[in-house]
Design a protein around this ligand. Structure first.
Ligand code: ZN
Length: 281
């Protein structure tokens, strides 16, 4: 299997973590307002002060469904270019090519889940073909939390307005008012904080559990420091959502998969002092 794809077995489900590349995030942004003595020794940064974030996407094959969780950065487009001005991106391989390599046709995908409406998680939702934009996964239903569907708050030339209205008009988009079962063994759990409608995804089969965490944690230091929250996020809700996940993960000895930890971004929580730490798997 390619170096940027990792298979995990969760009960009867085949789970693939697919890296689309690396996002260069400035440490001043990731650790704004945090004590440098606590983060500096643990962080590798380049000459510009940027650190590497992963961009991990998950595919789950269940008995009856082919589920994609987030769709990555998508095709070249001015909205993507503007995102990359702030967060430079080094692509390993596009998600569509990686899926082809796994012999997963985009036509076979039955469910596309959006952890939250930040561009790096949905810019692959639609694609331009023969001059017309449409669902990249035309046979799938697309799910997201209603609280993140905010077209009135979005700039006209934003990634949001490029992708979501198209999906809504074509009838692909399902907005969820709260935590919901998507298909057997897959649940979207409302975990606000990073955004109002941020969700994590529970993957459960034969007594084994994994959670795809989206941006509940951006990088491993936030596991140890659960009160480290990016500026502009809802700190109180984020801390509460993190505490709920930690409780569920400990109870189920769950495997956790993250969107932005270095590939494959998978690990487990270990008790450490009065909190937990991250053990990559
Ligand atoms: Zn993100």
């Amino acid at each position: 299997m390619a170096d940027h794809i990792r298979q995990l077995q969760i009960g009867a489900f085949d789970v693939h973590v697919i890296s689309e590349g690396v996002i260069k995030v400035h440490t001043s942004q990731a650790f704004e307002g945090k004590d440098e003595a606590l983060w500096r020794p643990h962080v590798e940064m380049d000459a510009d002060g940027r650190m590497n974030y992963g961009l991990n996407i998950v595919h789950v094959k269940t008995e009856h469904a082919s589920v994609l969780i987030d769709t990555g950065i998508g095709d070249r487009h001015p909205t993507r270019d503007r995102t990359e001005e702030r967060f430079p991106f080094i692509e390993t391989m596009s998600l569509l090519h990686s899926l082809e390599g796994l012999e997963i046709s985009r036509l076979d995908i039955t469910h596309v889940l959006t952890t939250h409406a930040h561009g790096d998680h949905f810019m692959g939702h639609t694609i331009l073909r023969s001059g017309e934009r449409g669902a990249t996964y035309p046979n799938a239903e697309y799910f997201m939390m209603e609280a993140d569907f905010t077209p009135k708050k979005q700039a006209k030339d934003s990634p949001f307005m490029l992708h979501f209205p198209v999906l809504q008009e074509s009838g692909h988009l399902q907005l969820l008012p709260e935590t919901m079962k998507i298909t057997n063994g897959i649940r979207m759990i409302h975990s606000p904080g990073e955004s109002p409608g941020h969700a994590i995804v529970e993957i459960e089969s034969e007594g084994n559990t994994a959670y795809f965490l989206g941006d509940l944690f951006h990088e491993p230091l936030e596991i140890r420091h659960v009160d480290w929250v990016w500026q502009g996020r809802d700190q109180e809700k984020m801390i509460q959502s993190r505490a709920e996940l930690v409780g569920m993960a400990k109870e189920k000895d769950a495997t956790l998969i993250t969107a932005h930890f270095p590939f494959p971004g998978a690990g487990k929580l270990r008790e450490e002092g009065d909190g937990v730490s991250w053990e990559a798997v």
